[in-house]
Design a binder for this molecule. Structure first.
Ligand SMILES: C[S@@+](CC[C@H](N)C(=O)[O-])C[C@H]1O[C@@H](n2cnc3c(N)ncnc32)[C@H](O)[C@@H]1O
Length: 260
């Protein structure tokens, strides 16, 4: 059941898809303003790093998953990349479509993507994977829809590496952030969920291990703002090459010796 009070609804850490979608529907109108406010303007810098890591050429097809209002998708469209913004919150998609009618916004669940296999040159997801009910299933789905040799870039909140910085950050998350949200957001409870879900999320190395287990290769990550955010990168293995042709005489000889 979605928890509702006068200030709106929030998902629990169970992350039931209906709860998560409803919560984002509600925060959609002020989502981007709140992002800038609560990250003290850092989101713009983080997004630039993600864009550079995806490194898409004009005409390439990129899936921006959990794209929300499409703020993470806009730079690709501006650069002539064929970007598809996919999310399961219709409220977020509506705000995005109103602002950028030129971008292809598609409703879809990250754990069961409405796309054919091998259909994107790159897949990216910014601040979305942590909210997905079955994140490892989503990683497998992203692999399925990426072309062989294609790339994945994930931006997600992570674990600051310096203990003092980590303590200060957790203090900010658990005390200051909900207080600012209480004054500025129509749904402050959603920001309590934000803080709790960040704290419960795997650190950099554990997320990297999930990627490898899902079948991604060349997994690396880069910390931003001392590890408040980590950008993970990986590739889908290139298509298995057909075995080299073996001359017929060798096959016959091998069969003969196997028969003895
Ligand atoms: C914090 S917002 C991020 C939006 C955008 N990527 C950005 O950087 O601003 C997280 C988004 O994840 C979406 N989301 C969560 N679970 C999802 C799922 N299973 N399938 C698709 N979208 C999902 C939510 O609806 C929400 O729009």
């Amino acid at each position: 059941m979605v928890r509702v009070n006068n200030a709106g609804s929030r998902a629990s850490l169970e992350k039931r898809p209906d709860e998560v979608a409803t919560m984002f529907d509600e925060v959609a109108p002020r989502y981007d303003v709140m992002n800038d406010l609560l990250s003290l303007g850092q989101t713009r810098r983080w997004r630039k790093v993600v864009l550079e890591a995806v490194d898409a050429d004009p005409g390439q097809r990129v899936l921006d998953l959990a794209a929300g209002t499409g703020t993470s998708s806009e730079p690709y469209a501006d650069a002539g990349v064929d970007v598809v913004a996919c999310d399961f919150s219709l409220g977020m998609l509506r705000v995005g479509k109103r602002r950028r009618p030129d971008i292809d916004f598609i409703a879809g669940d990250a754990t069961s993507l409405p796309f054919a296999e091998n259909s994107f040159d790159a897949v990216t997801i910014s601040f979305g994977l942590r909210n997905v009910n079955e994140p490892r299933k989503a990683l497998a789905e992203m692999l399925r829809v990426t072309k062989p040799g294609g790339r994945l870039v994930i931006a997600e909140f992570s674990t600051p590496t310096n203990p003092l910085w980590r303590t200060m950050y957790i203090e900010y998350l658990m005390r200051a952030l909900p207080e600012v949200a209480r004054r500025a957001s129509s749904n402050p409870d959603a920001y309590v969920y934000l803080a709790e879900s960040i704290r419960a999320w795997p650190d950099q190395d554990n997320l990297a291990a999930w990627l490898t287990q899902a079948g991604w290769t060349d997994v690396t990550y880069r910390n931003l703002s001392g590890g408040i955010v980590a950008v993970h990168r990986a590739h889908k293995p290139a298509a298995a090459t057909a075995p080299a042709a073996v001359p017929l005489t060798k096959v016959r000889r091998a069969r003969r010796s196997a028969a003895h």
